[in-house]
Design a protein around this ligand. Structure first.
Ligand SMILES: C[C@H](O)CC(=O)SCCNC(=O)CCNC(=O)[C@H](O)C(C)(C)COP(=O)(O)OP(=O)(O)OC[C@H]1O[C@@H](n2cnc3c(N)ncnc32)[C@H](O)[C@@H]1OP(=O)(O)O
Length: 721
């Protein structure tokens, strides 16, 4: 069916013009919609038969805001003139300053520019459960249609700054309590009530309120300054490396000090500067990249329908198994948790309960929902319950033989339609299923720890996995609020494989004489939440030892063999699990660098003996970032070259959600393209000449650098240079 895009106006006998935005699926404000709105509001203002106006969105959604595709066009071309003039021309002049009252009829959602249009109306009538918010900061910009000025005037400065800085949306019920929504009515009454409201304003039965002119919720200048001081502190904490939060506070302050209209003008200026920032480019890329992961060639485009998955068995109640079980339960899926003895089973169930309790105590889950989730869990010690499960997720230790045996057993006890998944983070899926006759229903379901909190789900497709199984798992992933990314089968898959050089490079630097705590601090300043050593502590060093040989077997030509992990374990430090690693972990306090670990470091340095002339090397912070992250980019190039991901943007999303690579840098490949493939290639070449093959540029990187191509360009495309 063709999409109907445009703005229509119907004028009724009652003298109300209903202006409707149609741009499926979310009625985003594309340039054509904006010019349509200008035309229709201009016409409504002129026409003598129009007394009042109602603005509504088609198909139960008011508007998802300005068309983010336009940002992408501006980023590609650098041409700011692609951004239509909206804030003054349409929002202030044609809507808010109109002599005819305008009422917004809000249903479904009013986000970003959508809410901003609604706030410029003289009243807002909403249906229940409509989502209202200004999420622009998540795209690296600020609200640009007057939202920075009107929201504080409608809900008060404290609530407005919280909603804008945290990009937190609210429901229309809360909106009504705050004064953002004037009336809440059933969806069936939305249009009629809005029309009546508009006529009531026109006939002076209700007040004709212009949001920008209001001052009743702003408070005194000193109160406002105190609130903005807190907001600045919040911004420093949540977004130390991003410009839009601070810029937004400045713009809000302008309006408080010099009046709303002055604020609107400053907002427009700052908005234009921010649209072109690297932060906006990275965040807009992430927005589209995340949505692109749902499009998997030969899976989502061949007319298959997902089969329902209602009951899942999880094998293993350790950290991963209990986390996966928690995620499934929270998604209303019945879970059978299997362990090998009652002690382990009790431990697993307790972990699930603790995960759920944690969510309740942090206010993320109601007691009611927690109870419902736990009622869906059943612990078992044998396979009886497996006879009617739709899927099994194996989450035992990384032992190939053990996994092979489990798959051989479950193949016999599960129904033929049942999906057989492994949560391995490393082992080849084909090898795991080698001893079965069910290769088409064997798949990797790689969750990231803690599995009930981390949103990435790597779906590993072996050469035999059927398209139906992939689609079913993608659908399940979405149902439990994960972002599924389909990847190819190889040791480490997309994320762990790309990032295996991360800790190795850090180990090399330490062995070359660089302070390990400095490395962690430089990397966290780059905005990764944990440096490589603290990350190692969190994962537990035993894991590193277990998977090291598996990686060495296939990627041995480019590995740095550091004795440090083994020495660390020998000295009784397994990381956070036992309270000691590179850092000391005590309940209730932040990890503290443990200076006594330096004796382990010294021992390692003696064994590797790689410091030039026995002296520590001197490096800048920038060089530390490059020596740690360029090898990661280099491995990402191999992942792209081998087609482990469908598109480069998938690896960006996987790195953001699986490794917490800063989203404002757009993900690992996007960031590398921003830095420049040629520069990265030249730096790696130089480093490999000095420090060996660990840094040797990959063929893919070399080709891209030589041909002036971006790493993200699809293989077939030609260089523009
Ligand atoms: C000047 C102004 O102040 C600036 C702005 O308004 S910037 C825009 C502010 N608005 C936003 O940030 C909202 C962004 N969108 C969303 O959060 C979510 O899409 C949503 C809550 C609206 C809907 O979520 P959901 O139903 O899960 O659908 P979702 O898959 O995300 O989106 C459906 C489609 O709409 C597209 N879309 C959503 N919002 C869009 C927007 N504002 N512009 C362009 N496309 C948009 C998505 O890209 C997706 O396209 P696809 O099907 O081709 O992949």
């Amino acid at each position: 069916m063709a999409k109907k895009i445009g703005v229509t106006m119907d004028v009724g006998n009652d003298g109300v013009a209903v202006i409707t935005i149609s741009n499926p699926p979310v009625n985003s404000l594309a340039s054509s919609i904006i010019s349509g709105l200008k035309d229709k509001f201009g016409e409504a203002n002129q026409r003598n038969d129009v007394k009042a106006i109602v603005l509504i969105g088609n198909n139960g959604r008011f508007s998802g805001g300005f068309d983010i595709n336009v940002f992408q066009q501006v980023h590609k071309t650098g041409d700011l003139s692609l951004m239509p003039e909206v804030s003054v021309e349409l929002v202030c002049n044609l809507m808010e300053d109109s002599r005819k009252p305008v009422v917004a009829a809000v249903e479904g959602l009013a986000l970003g520019g959508g809410l901003e249009l609604a706030m410029a109306c003289h009243a807002r009538v909403a249906a229940p459960k409509a989502q209202l918010g200004l999420p622009e900061l998540t795209l690296g910009v600020i609200p640009g249609f007057g939202g920075t000025q009107r929201l504080p005037r409608l809900v008060g400065l404290t609530k407005a700054t919280e909603m804008i800085l945290l990009s937190k949306s609210i429901m229309s019920e809360e909106g009504q309590k705050l004064g953002l929504i004037d009336a809440l009515v059933p969806p069936g009454d939305l249009l009629s009530t809005s029309k009546k409201w508009a006529l009531d304003i026109a006939d002076r039965r209700k007040p004709f309120l212009r949001s920008l002119h209001r001052t009743d919720k702003i408070g005194s200048l000193s109160e406002a300054r105190a609130i903005l001081k807190n907001s600045r502190q919040l911004a420093k904490k949540i977004a130390p490396n991003m410009p839009q939060h601070h810029a937004c506070i400045e713009v809000i302050e302008e309006g408080i000090v010099h009046g709303g209209y002055s604020g609107v003008l400053k907002e427009a200026d700052v908005f234009k500067q921010l649209v072109l920032s690297d932060t906006a480019k990275g965040l807009v890329h992430v927005f589209f990249a995340q949505r692109a992961t749902s499009k998997v060639p030969n899976v989502t485009d061949i007319g298959l329908k997902p089969r329902p998955i209602k009951k899942v068995a999880v094998i293993g109640g350790g950290l991963m198994g209990s986390g996966i079980a928690t995620a499934l339960l929270l998604g209303n899926i019945r879970v059978v948790l299997k362990e090998i003895n009652s002690e382990y089973l009790m431990k697993g169930i307790k972990s699930v309960e603790a995960n759920i309790k944690g969510l309740v105590s942090r206010g993320k889950l109601t007691q009611d929902k927690a109870g419902k989730a736990l009622s869906l869990l059943k612990g078992v010690l044998d396979y009886t319950e497996f006879k009617d499960v739709d899927m099994v997720i194996e989450a035992v230790i990384e032992n190939i033989q053990l996994k092979q045996n489990i798959f051989k057993e479950i193949e016999k006890v599960c129904p033929p339609h049942c999906i057989l998944a492994s949560n391995t983070s490393t082992i080849d899926i084909d090898v795991i299923g080698e001893k079965t006759n069910s290769k088409d229903r064997i798949v990797g379901a790689h969750f990231f720890s803690p599995a009930h909190l981390m949103t990435l789900l790597e779906i590993v497709r072996s050469k035999n996995t059927s398209a139906q199984v992939i689609l079913d798992l993608m659908t399940l992933g979405k149902a439990i609020k994960k972002v599924p990314v389909v990847v190819g089968n190889c040791i480490g898959f997309a994320v762990n494989r790309t990032f295996f050089p991360y800790s190795q490079a850090a180990h090399m630097l330490v062995n070359l004489g660089v302070d390990l705590f400095r490395i962690d601090s430089v990397i966290t300043s780059f905005s990764l939440p944990l440096g490589p050593f603290q990350l190692g502590d969190l994962a537990g060093h035993g894991i590193g030892m277990a998977v090291g040989p598996i990686y060495a077997k296939v990627y041995g030509d480019r590995m740095f063999r550091s004795p440090m992990t083994e020495l660390l374990l020998k000295s009784g430090r397994n990381g956070k699990i036992n309270g000691r690693g590179y850092y000391i972990y005590e309940k209730g306090s932040k990890p503290k660098p443990d200076s006594s670990v330096l004796s382990v470091v010294e021992e390692s340095r003696k064994l590797t003996n790689i410091m030039p002339s026995g002296k520590p090397i001197t490096v800048t912070d920038k060089e530390i970032v490059e020596m740690i992250l360029f090898p990661v980019v280099n491995e990402a190039c191999r992942v792209l070259d081998e087609g482990v991901v469908i598109r480069a943007a998938d690896l960006d999303i996987a790195s953001v959600l699986g490794m917490s690579f800063p989203s404002y840098r757009g993900g690992i490949v996007f960031w590398a393209d921003t830095v420049g493939p040629k520069y990265i290639y030249e730096r790696l070449k130089k480093l490999s000449e000095t420090y060996g093959s660990f840094f040797k540029p990959s063929r893919y990187l070399e080709e891209r650098a030589m041909n002036g191509m971006l790493l993200s360009e699809p293989k077939s495309s030609r260089s523009r240079l």
